[in-house]
Design a binder for this molecule. Structure first.
Ligand SMILES: NC(=O)c1ccc[n+]([C@@H]2O[C@H](COP(=O)([O-])OP(=O)(O)OC[C@H]3O[C@@H](n4cnc5c(N)ncnc54)[C@H](OP(=O)(O)O)[C@@H]3O)[C@@H](O)[C@H]2O)c1
Length: 232
């Protein structure tokens, strides 16, 4: 049974599918939960049921001054989870995306950078940071080229930060298509946000793991692409 009773966890994107699943697991393990997002009403909804030790902070973590303000309000934290959504359009090819679109699609990279850049001031030395990438980072798929650079960039950033921020641990979870038909992967299970959250908790709580990328994709990168259809 995971015990986080002495731990404080800052969850960026805590009102989203994966972030709120992480928040529920942290709260169930007795940890202090701080969820962050830009929309106050969405955050308030996500905080319901997390218990009296949960807090919600509104702000845009892709903006450095906002990130510093949120870190300061949170106080010293033990773990940070960066589960923000991708900025801009959902899927984007390199020929079909202009530079402005490319930059805005990388909001999660900017937020991940802010979390790491400021970490030595705000994250406890034995603590950890978990970034979220995606399977397209190592398996390019036609029409998703911008995601490949985003997810590959996040994984490269984590590799460098694990060295430069030690003893703070830095790890990545790389999800596949959540809710996608499993026929494009090896496992007979359509991934859920809870699967991703369980993997994030494993990285937070294992003091021997840093500089790791944990794939939660049902073996999608080794399976075949079926066009992205949703599971029935
Ligand atoms: N779902 C999949 O199949 C899949 C597969 C691979 C990778 N991923 C990646 O996993 C990540 C999480 O996915 P998800 O489905 O949990 O996303 P989601 O449900 O859209 O949640 C995203 C969360 O991020 C917050 N957010 C977005 N931009 C923010 C910012 N600049 N500052 C602070 N908060 C911000 C959102 O709240 P506000 O909008 O209120 O700010 C929300 O709480 C995404 O980046 C996604 O690309 C997803």
């Amino acid at each position: 049974m995971t015990n986080l009773t002495t731990q404080k966890v800052l969850i960026l994107g805590g009102s989203g599918a994966m972030g709120s699943a992480v928040a529920r697991l942290v709260a169930a393990a007795g940890g202090d939960t701080i969820i962050v997002g830009r929309d106050e009403a969405k955050l308030a909804g996500a905080a319901v049921g997390l218990g009296s030790r949960a807090r919600a902070l509104v702000g845009d973590f892709a903006i450095e001054a906002e990130a510093a303000r949120i870190y300061a309000l949170a106080g010293r934290v033990d773990h940070v989870v960066v589960a923000l959504s991708t900025g801009g359009s959902r899927a984007s090819s390199i020929p079909g995306t202009d530079l402005a679109g490319f930059k805005s699609a990388h909001a999660r990279l900017w937020a991940s950078y802010n979390a790491l850049h400021l970490a030595q001031r705000f994250v406890a030395p034995g603590g950890s940071i978990v970034l979220v990438s995606g399977s397209s980072g190592r398996r390019p798929t036609h029409g998703f080229g911008v995601w490949t650079t985003l997810h590959g960039g996040i994984e490269a950033l984590a590799r460098a930060a694990a060295v430069e921020l030690a003893p703070i641990r830095v790890n990545v979870v790389s999800p596949g298509g959540i809710g996608m038909r499993p026929d494009r992967q090896l496992a007979a299970h359509a991934g859920t946000p809870e699967d991703v959250a369980t993997a994030i908790l494993a990285l937070i709580t294992n003091p021997a793991v840093t500089n790791a990328v944990l794939d939660v994709d049902g073996g999608e990168r080794l399976g075949r692409w079926s066009g992205g259809a949703r599971a029935a």
